[in-house]
Design a protein around this ligand. Structure first.
Ligand code: TEU
Ligand code: CA
Length: 536
């Protein structure tokens, strides 16, 4: 089926870091509106906004205190309505971040639930501890450490799989899901196109028993992709379908089988999921232990998802991951490898996601110490490593390579103080390379990375083979990858030279596009060159 969201090109906005309209150093909704023309020019059709709701910002908005409001830092509900309308005028839809595994501790439900007698008590998981400060169970959380916090007022602990300020909602209490359904309708009635559903496959906890498994994420067998979650998703999907809206679930620790259980069309749960497997190819056990990146393994993983999941999301970056060029490409061939990564993004089968700044090749942060880092996860991990007596130079090396702040530095619009992001002091340091890497410098340059994104987006929109053609892997090597998209009356062959050297290959065909702009092809590829060929 050719549903509308399969043809979409999604652009993720991290609002705090996108565009600041009033000089307070924080990106905002009027700032986003002021950039809609630029986004339309790029060709993207759906905008996913990371959370813009009221929040104490312990985890930059992923700790929500009011699901039906707008954080004053970002503007007003009128601004939000204007954004939806202005986007619509430009044929763009908006998807909101739906964070319903947990709320903020500042949410009125949680505040009420601290009272043992309150009808809201059961909205969260409250448990007594044992003697001598023994916690209710031995689970460990996503940001490291245990996941119970003691509340003086009620004399019990509450469960939080993320930061202590993010208490998990208890879906055993049926009223919780009823509240969530109302929230869905509230936003869908405002005309949004769908939701990106935060850590959506961990909603249901089957028990709070301790786990014999002592490794990473102890206890996770009690909440990863369980039947209770599938059941909740089917209920939410009914509302989504009433509005012909779209959902993409952020699903942690899923293999292709589990992914299919969450997004196969006949199951009526999510439309698509974000898998993590390709993003975990360069890590050992946990994300803070990086190993080198190998294209062979990376491409094979992508190919596995291409072959086994009915419709994929294609992404190489988001607000939780370091930037893609230094990670999968080459600093030496910055622009060239950026173009190759873009080619991969738009020629695989699925709905592509571009994260803000990716289209101009934004780099990881250039901070020099922990003092500049704001990410709650990095700060936590640094503390944990410190208590394990890991020396500060090694700690910094790990944080630097993995911190989520790498992707959260402000958007680089112009070569001027504040990078065109803000006229004030930015909430997070701007990368000093804004002078050369910025939208203005690339916008009118036909050879820029941004122009290459534009070219590929335009090609994908008009080419049925790139949209619907079957995927067939030809080669997954550490320096050379090739695959085909097989359409009804044409076959496209995509060849990627994933290294700093030139390479002679056996591939032939007419050039549809080359990232070096060449029109002929004799099998030889320049460093990080990507070509799309017609014919086999
Ligand atoms: O992320 C969930 C998640 O599992 C990871 O990507 C997480 O951020 C971390 O890297 C685990 O090691 C989502 C959001 O994308 C993230 O920004 C939030 O912090 C998190 O949920 C909690 O809401
Ligand atoms: Ca602002």
């Amino acid at each position: 089926m050719h549903e509308w969201w399969k043809e979409a090109v999604v652009y993720q906005i991290y609002p705090r870091s996108f565009c600041d309209s009033n000089g307070d150093g924080i990106g905002d909704i009027p700032g986003i509106i002021s950039k809609l023309d630029e986004l339309q020019d790029l060709g993207v059709t759906l905008l996913w906004l990371s959370p813009v709701y009221p929040s104490p910002n312990e985890d930059n908005g992923y700790d929500i205190s009011d699901y039906c409001g707008i954080h004053p830092d970002f503007g007003t509900m009128e601004d939000m309505e204007r954004l939806i309308a202005e986007a619509k005028k430009r044929d763009m839809g908006i998807i909101m971040d739906l964070v319903i595994n947990h709320t903020s501790t500042a949410h009125p439900w949680f505040q009420a639930s601290r009272n043992v007698e309150s009808p809201y008590r059961n909205y969260y998981f409250w448990r007594k501890g044992g003697k001598h400060g023994k916690l209710p169970n031995n689970w460990t959380g996503f940001f490291g450490g245990n996941c119970w916090e003691y509340d003086e007022r009620s004399g019990e602990y509450y469960l939080h799989l993320f930061a202590p300020h993010q208490p998990d909602l208890n879906y055993y209490e049926p009223r919780v899901l009823e509240e969530i359904k109302k929230i869905l309708r509230f936003w869908l009635d405002k005309g949004i196109a769908g939701f990106r559903c935060d850590v959506i496959n961990i909603l249901w906890k089957d028990s709070l028993e301790s786990s014999p498994k002592k490794l990473i994420l102890t206890g996770s067998e009690h909440y990863l992709s369980l039947d209770g979650t599938h059941n909740i998703l089917r209920q939410l999907r009914q509302i989504i379908d009433e509005y012909n809206a779209y959902t993409v679930g952020e699903t942690v620790f899923v293999d292709t089988k589990k992914a299919c259980d969450l997004c196969a069309p006949e199951r009526h749960e999510l439309h698509t999921v974000f898998g993590f497997e390709h993003m975990e190819c360069d890590q050992k056990i946990v994300k803070w232990l990086k190993t080198s990146h190998h294209w062979g393994k990376f491409m094979e993983t992508l190919a596995k998802w291409q072959n086994e999941v009915p419709w994929n999301t294609i992404y190489l970056e988001n607000h939780d991951q370091p930037r893609s060029i230094p990670r999968f490409g080459s600093r030496r061939y910055h622009m060239e490898s950026g173009k190759l990564l873009a080619t991969l993004l738009f020629t695989l089968k699925g709905t592509p996601y571009v994260y803000q700044g990716q289209e101009i090749g934004m780099d990881d942060f250039d901070f020099t110490s922990m003092a500049q880092v704001r990410d709650v996860e990095s700060i936590n991990v640094d503390k944990l490593l410190k208590s394990a007596k890991i020396p500060s130079t090694l700690r910094w090396k790990m944080i630097r390579a993995t911190s989520r702040d790498n992707a959260r530095t402000p958007m680089q619009w112009k070569n001027k103080l504040g990078a065109g992001f803000t006229s004030g002091t930015p909430w997070l340091g701007i990368n000093s390379n804004y002078k050369t890497i910025n939208v203005e410098a690339q916008k009118n340059d036909p050879n820029s990375l941004r122009s290459w994104y534009k070219t590929l987006i335009a090609l994908r929109k008009e080419n049925p083979t790139l949209l619907w053609g079957d995927f067939r892997l030809l080669e997954a090597g550490d320096t050379l990858c090739a695959y085909q998209r097989v359409g009804e009356d044409e076959t496209l062959t995509i060849v990627l030279n994933c290294c700093d050297q030139m390479q002679q290959t056996q591939y032939t065909g007419d050039v549809v596009l080359s990232s070096y702009g060449s029109h002929t092809f004799n099998g030889a590829l320049l460093p990080w060159e990507a070509v799309i060929l017609r014919g086999e």
